[in-house]
Design a protein around this ligand. Structure first.
Ligand code: ADP
Length: 215
């Protein structure tokens, strides 16, 4: 297995790039999809969330009432910490299970993690950053994803800056051009990925929570 991370600011084109890599044969482990998966009706995470915040965070159909959760944690850093302490470990475990399923293969495994810069992860062989100017992020979020300009700017402001992301990049995809401009970059990226050394078949993923303390 070859194991790398993929990140980018909201609206940068990270999902677009991960789809193109999937088409080449990469196995994409999608942190957002896994977050939704651990919060499916009946999951232990939902039970814990109801215990922590009250039954009203679960809708009548058993799904998580995201708006209710957002209301609880809005402006309450302690509540946000409790929320993350419930959800993050479950996401980390499922993500690691997905990695373990792949470790004896020769596959290129891409961890698609929107907040990889904010929550760094040890044990990756490289970090791919999808890069666009902030103004392009805003334009695409407004044009294609239904954001108001203010919402788009507020979401972007809460994430790492463009420079912070680029500082941790081993391979940068410039998605400021037309979608067609990605093809040649994906070709080069796919070559680069496949030239990385194979990890040992008994590779042990490091849970983000097991990260050694910074010295
Ligand atoms: P992310 O996953 O980083 O939030 P997406 O891949 O969803 O971003 O891209 C944001 C929006 O911009 C989507 O609607 C996508 O189709 C569109 N998009 C992505 N790349 C380009 C591009 N090079 N030119 C124009 N639109 C793009």
């Amino acid at each position: 297995m070859i194991l790398v991370g993929l990140t980018g600011g909201i609206g940068s084109g990270k999902s677009t790039v991960s789809d193109l890599l999937r088409q080449r044969g990469a196995i994409v482990v999608d942190a957002d999809a896994i977050t939704r998966e651990v919060q499916l009706p009946g999951s232990p995470v939902l039970v814990e969330l109801a215990e922590a915040f009250g039954d009203h965070v679960i809708a009548a159909d058993g799904t998580l009432d995201r708006a209710a959760v957002a209301n609880v944690v809005f402006g309450d850093p302690e509540a946000l910490k409790r929320l993350n302490a419930i959800v993050h470990p479950a996401v980390g475990r499922l993500m690691n299970d997905r990695i373990l399923e792949q470790r004896a293969t020769k596959n290129v495994v891409i961890l698609d993690i929107p907040l990889l810069t904010e929550n760094p992860r040890e044990g990756l062989q490289g970090r791919i950053v999808v890069d666009v100017p902030v103004e392009t992020q805003v334009e695409r979020l407004v044009s294609f994803r239904g954001f108001t300009e203010d919402d788009a700017r507020a979401r972007i402001a809460r994430q790492a800056t463009r420079d912070e992301r680029l500082a941790g990049a081993d391979f940068v995809i410039d998605n400021s051009g037309a979608p067609a401009d990605l093809a040649e970059q994906i070709d080069r990226l796919w070559t680069w990925l496949n030239e990385l050394p194979q990890l040992p078949a008994d590779y042990e993923p490091i849970l983000p929570t097991q990260r050694p303390p910074k010295t």
